[in-house]
Design a protein around this ligand. Sequence first.
Ligand code: HEM
Length: 243
Amino acid sequence: MCHFRKRYLPRLVYLERVVKETLRLFPVAACLGRLLDKDIVTSNYTLPKGCECLIPIMYIHRDPNIWEHPLEFNPDRFLPEEVSKRHPYSYLPFSGGPRSCIGFKYAMMAMKTAICTVVRHYKVSTELKSLTDVDFVPGVVLKPSRGYRIGLQPPSVNVLTRVLHRRWRLEIGKMALYITFPVALFHYFNQPELFEDWVVKTKRELYPPEDTPEQRQFLTAIQKIKTQQEADRLKALEKNATN
Ligand code: HEM
């Protein structure tokens, strides 16, 4: 199975909508607190400076005035055309304004990577039947009261997948062979005593000493020249001796 790469993340548009819809129904920070540094005037109320406010993110995310069928899991609520219909502060999983989460991009990348990695390797299941089956305990972050009731099962691996999974072993084997083979050959042929006889024998077979009439004629001619030269030299010596 190929490795997951960072460059794949922008292409996972549906997964991004799934993550966003999950954070709508189950915002990690379900409730935020603010201390007002000035009076806030709304249509019906004035919230005085110094007042401590709680912003019920989970409640806003499930408000039927904002979200149609709020308890339905529908990732397409986060299609660009749907998002543009809503007030920007109707969805606040990472808070909003100047004190919003600085790590939201990283968090989105991390969640998408984690989900991809898990679903590519495991079959995920749960005994929970609907969203309302999940109860929460109050806390700084949203936490299910009965833990995370999910099952992870390794997929049944077919032969092809098994072969692909073992590919890295094959590659290492091939690499070892590529290195060992020339090294072994080099060592073998660098022992002259092992192959000297073989070289001499092969050379004799490939280039046998020639014994043709021309060759013999040539050798006789050379011999004649040598004898002639010897005789001339002797004659010259005798002449010198008599003088
Ligand atoms: C799913 C993951 C995350 C969620 C749901 C989340 C949510 C939030 C929320 C709602 C706030 C606002 C808190 C408030 O106003 O009281 C916040 C603030 C903050 N978050 Fe995250 N966060 C996540 C991951 C991260 C990561 C990965 C980082 C760092 C890399 C990070 C860094 C921060 C910081 C520094 C603040 C404070 C910003 C400020 O007060 O100016 N968060 N986060």
